[in-house]
Design a binder for this molecule. Structure first.
Ligand SMILES: NC(=O)c1ccc[n+]([C@@H]2O[C@H](COP(=O)([O-])OP(=O)(O)OC[C@H]3O[C@@H](n4cnc5c(N)ncnc54)[C@H](OP(=O)(O)O)[C@@H]3O)[C@@H](O)[C@H]2O)c1
Length: 239
């Protein structure tokens, strides 16, 4: 089992939801954590929680669709942490509507955030992992990236694309001992899923962000010779 103490992680969208739960789970394992997002107040509050757990934590504010901002923000994290061992491409947005009803700007912003955002952050972090000849990248897709549904054309197109990007990258960089894992969770209680009306978030039956974080930690603890390529996490009996 891999020891995670002292590893440096970068989690996009770490100010709330799945990203925040992952940041806390990493800190509980003794990992130093950098979180990013656009809402600075959320990031500050989570960094305070992480620091209280006794690890180094920092944040950077940038929009993942802006490659220049991403580049500067990641340079700042690298100058604070010295290195990055684990990248979690978690930040994403969702909006549902019929193909004809959804306006083109919304459709494009979902693709831009979920696909180009993942591309931008990976493009900047990957050279550091290749130079170290080691690393982990976890890309967050969705069950909506496995199957379409009426009203999810934009979100499903984006999450199908994340799977294609991530699967290709895994095949390309495992020769550098970089493990790329694609996660495809079903509905998890978060602002996103509750605001979309997908779940009431019932803790007794519905997946919680901490469950998702537990899966990521278990993945990272696998011996380095082992690579979890994909995983799909579901609620056992949500209804
Ligand atoms: N919850 C679910 O049921 C579910 C299921 C399957 C997959 N997922 C995926 O899991 C990931 C996290 O979802 P969640 O449920 O935790 O959603 P959430 O609570 O809405 O959080 C989304 C996070 O992404 C960040 N973000 C969004 N757009 C950004 C941008 N342009 N630049 C920088 N950061 C951005 C937000 O940060 P700021 O607000 O600070 O910008 C926020 O921290 C997403 O990729 C989502 O598609 C979620």
């Amino acid at each position: 089992m891999e020891n995670l103490i002292g590893k440096k992680a970068l989690i996009t969208g770490g100010g709330k939801g799945l990203g925040k739960a992952t940041a806390i789970a990493f800190a509980q394992e003794g990992m130093d954590v950098a979180i990013t997002g656009r809402n600075e107040k959320n990031l500050q509050e989570v960094v305070a929680e992480l620091t209280a757990l006794g690890v180094h934590a920092t944040y950077e504010v940038f929009d993942i669709t802006d490659l220049q901002g991403v580049t500067q923000g990641i340079e700042n994290i690298l100058s604070t942490f010295g290195t990055i061992d684990v990248l979690v491409n978690n930040a994403g947005i969702a909006s549902f509507g019929t193909f004809l009803d959804m306006d083109p700007a919304t459709w494009l912003s979902i693709l831009n955030t979920n696909v180009i955002g993942t591309y931008n952050v990976t493009k900047v972090v990957l050279p550091h992992l290749v130079a170290k000849n080691q690393g982990d990248i976890i890309n967050v897709s969705s069950t909506a990236g496995l199957n379409g549904a009426a009203t999810t054309s934009a979100y499903s197109a984006s999450k199908f694309a994340v799977i294609g990007l991530s699967d290709s990258l895994m095949r390309e960089v495992r020769k550098y001992n970089i493990r790329v894992c694609t996660l495809m969770p079903s509905t998890i209680a978060s602002d996103m899923s509750i605001e979309l009306g997908l779940t009431d978030g019932n803790e007794d039956t519905v997946l919680q962000p901490a469950d998702f974080a537990e899966l990521i930690v278990a993945n990272l603890k696998l011996p380095r010779r082992a690579l979890l390529k994909t995983a799909s996490l579901w609620s056992t009996n949500p209804s």
